[in-house]
Design a protein around this ligand. Structure first.
Ligand SMILES: C[S@@+](CC[C@H](N)C(=O)[O-])C[C@H]1O[C@@H](n2cnc3c(N)ncnc32)[C@H](O)[C@@H]1O
Length: 317
């Protein structure tokens, strides 16, 4: 992310503050770090890790609200923005939230437990066809029809209360044995699908990636997004391919090395994509750095960029 002293950086998914801690070290006392998380528990952890200082501003919000958070703090734009999507290991290991399918706590699955509907309530109120759509679209589950049918009839007889009950119910529905479970647990996709649904995750990713990060970045600023499944990654890939808005710095996503995967098995599905915000400056061209015209590129030097395209009246800035 080319971090340097004095930069203003937004970490839109501050989580336990691991990335933010490293960012804060690099930008130093002259920089500013804005850390956002939807989950009040994670924000508390981040506050403990990062401490309170003039350099660090922490807010409980979704990254889609970053513009308002910046406005409230009189910040007109940021130089770097990071989104590390999905779930943190602290959330996964908190048995009271239902994120892990071994958890005996209530089946909640919300990042912000004060907003929206819990997974338990969704399972009670959704129709069988709604459930099937959720499992198919968000879990990409080939057994979505069977599982939805099972979950619906269970909701009508003895509603599921805990994450552990839900995973047992799925295993029963699919008639699986202990031996089958040594492969990927069938509940993994169902939990992912329900979590995406109750948190409206894809809508947040689409709004955050397609609108917010470009708007809050200063010209020449860099956005980095880490995704954990193909549905999110597709949105980021498509956005960074918009060549009159972004210089895509990772035509292929960066993935974890074997060594990193051994130390952190969850990094196996992580993909990092990075892009630099371009701006179209009337009469000059495409400028990654608005302040320095020497790095602007006129359109005739970028035939690949304009091929089959109108000159950029549609550029966002
Ligand atoms: C993978 S963790 C981030 C870990 C973090 N980078 C670290 O170093 O500790 C993802 C975090 O994003 C948060 N989150 C998910 N959706 C969010 C959203 N729309 N806005 C803000 N935070 C969100 C989750 O609550 C979780 O804490």
């Amino acid at each position: 992310m080319d971090l340097r002293a004095g930069l203003i950086v937004a970490d839109g998914t501050v989580g336990a503050g691991g990335h933010s801690q490293m960012i804060a070290r690099r930008i130093g006392d002259t920089g500013t770090l804005i850390g956002i998380d939807r989950d009040p528990m994670m924000l508390q952890i981040a506050t403990n890790v990062l401490g309170q200082s003039r350099q660090v501003i922490l807010h409980q919000a979704s990254y889609v609200e970053l513009e308002n958070v910046l406005k409230t703090n009189n910040i007109s734009g940021v130089d770097r923005v990071l989104l590390d999507l999905g779930l943190s290991s602290d959330q996964l290991s908190d048995t009271s939230r239902g994120f892990s399918f071994q958890a005996v706590g209530p089946l909640d699955l919300r990042f912000d437990p004060r907003a929206g509907q819990s997974a338990k309530s969704l399972l009670r109120t959704a129709t069988e066809s709604e459930l099937e759509r959720i499992l198919r679209e968000y879990g990409e589950d080939s057994a979505s029809h069977r599982i939805a049918k099972c979950l619906s009839s269970r909701a009508a007889t003895k509603p599921l209360e805990t994450a552990a009950e839900l995973s047992e119910c799925i295993v029963e529905c699919l008639g699986m044995t202990k031996r089958d479970l040594r492969e990927k647990h069938p509940a993994t996709r169902v939990f992912q699908a329900l979590r995406i649904a109750v948190n409206n995750e894809l809508e947040h990713v689409a709004r955050g990636v397609e609108h917010v990060i470009h708007r809050i970045l200063n010209p020449g600023g860099i956005a980095a997004v880490i995704t954990f499944h193909s549905l999110e990654d597709r949105i980021v890939k498509q956005e960074f391919r918009r060549t009159n808005s972004w210089q895509n710095l990772t035509p292929r996503p960066i993935v974890a090395t074997h060594q990193e995967q051994r130390v952190n098995p969850r990094s196996r599905s992580a993909k990092l994509r990075v892009a630099r915000k371009l701006i179209w400056t009337e009469g000059i061209g495409i400028c990654p750095m608005a302040v320095d015209e020497s790095v602007c590129l006129p359109p005739w030097e970028l035939p690949w960029l304009w091929r089959g395209r109108n000159l950029p009246h549609d550029a966002r800035n």
